[in-house]
Design a protein around this ligand. Structure first.
Ligand SMILES: [Zn+2]
Length: 336
């Protein structure tokens, strides 16, 4: 089989898994849940040394182990790669940095890599995110910030998104090289108005009024920067959602002048308020921002609403071992 057919086979396998897991295109794929739901033992190990992940098949028992000493985006990609070995019917595999992060020639590694990229960043998911950001799905004119935000929403590393955008021919080889020179941390800081994110490895996402009613997936420590236009002179502002304390903390609340002549209206200058929330605990949270004018709520004005789904990696408290979701199952197996 030539490389193209091998890749095509892996793309189809990823599409099959996405369809079975019923994941809306463009949503962050809850990869650890997907693995558990496919009846595979999932375990976490901080001490895998140079290995990033392991896929083991012994008879009809299959397991995936992930090195938790690496950034979460890499853990997620590794998990998808190991699932690729499983779905493609490969035998046990021990994967180091060389087989997961670098270009590979082994046919099974090519398939596992293509599977992982297609599962976490399918063409449909990328195009959904592009259209959402106001770009043409075929010929997007992207900045490094656009690429970073797409990577953050899909829960992959910035470089993984650059590579996949090039493979899908959304950017040229030269553009990919140029984007690869940008520092993801620098892009995060720029989005946060110069502030360093509290966890430099976590993702930073930015939403605007165009994202009203959107469902967004986050992992613990990820930061959600919400840009809301306000007109301070006329007292037109937004009130913060109440009852966020259980799942989010307010990381920052700042205002930026839009410096745009066109935004000067009869009511004074418009400015962008940036409310930054940081995910602290797993759960589903409805975030309602309400427009207020001169300290009174605007009657009949609809709130700006975001539905946030915060997930936590199911690592046991000890920091290693079988996924906390599978503990009951483990006891049943042991007692059987
Ligand atoms: Zn592999």
């Amino acid at each position: 089989m030539n490389r193209r057919s091998l890749e095509r086979e892996a793309v189809l396998a990823a599409e099959y898994v996405l369809a079975e897991a019923d994941i809306a295109p463009g949503d962050r794929v809850p990869i650890f849940d997907v693995i558990e739901n496919r009846g595979i033992w999932l375990s976490f190990e901080p001490g895998l040394d140079r290995l990033l992940g392991v896929y083991q098949r012994i008879g009809d028992v299959t397991g995936i182990a992930i090195n938790t000493a690496r950034p979460l985006t890499l853990q997620r990609f590794t998990a998808a790669h190991e699932l690729g070995h499983h779905e493609m019917g490969h035998e046990s595999h021990f994967d180091s940095e060389a087989t997961i992060s670098e270009s590979v020639l082994d046919r099974k590694e090519i398939q596992a890599q293509t599977f992982a990229a297609s599962l976490l960043m399918s063409e449909l998911a990328i195009e959904t995110r592009l259209v959402h950001r106001g770009h043409s799905p075929d010929r997007p004119n992207l900045s490094a910030t656009d690429v970073y935000l797409i990577s953050a929403e899909l829960g992959v590393s910035y470089l993984a998104a650059v590579t996949q955008l090039r493979i899908l021919q959304k950017i040229s080889f030269a553009q990919a090289q140029e984007f690869a020179r940008e520092s993801p941390l620098g892009l995060k800081q720029m989005l946060l108005g110069g502030r360093r994110p509290s966890n430099p490895r976590a993702s930073v996402m930015q939403l605007t009024l165009a994202d009203n009613q959107r469902e967004i997936g986050l992992d613990i420590d990820d930061e959600l920067d919400i840009a809301l236009p306000e007109m301070p002179a006329s007292g037109y502002e937004w009130s913060l959602p109440s009852g966020i304390d259980d799942t989010f903390t307010l990381a920052n609340d700042r205002s930026e002048s839009t410096h745009d002549g066109a935004s000067e209206t009869l009511f004074g200058e418009t400015q962008n308020r940036h409310v930054t929330l940081q995910a602290r605990a797993p759960g589903r949270t409805r975030l309602d921002f309400r427009p207020v004018q001169l300290a009174g709520e605007l009657e009949n004005a609809a709130p700006f609403t975001i539905h946030a789904i915060t997930r936590t990696t199911p690592v046991p408290e000890l920091g290693r071992g079988i996924s906390i979701h599978q503990h009951d199952q483990l006891l049943e197996t042991a007692n059987a």
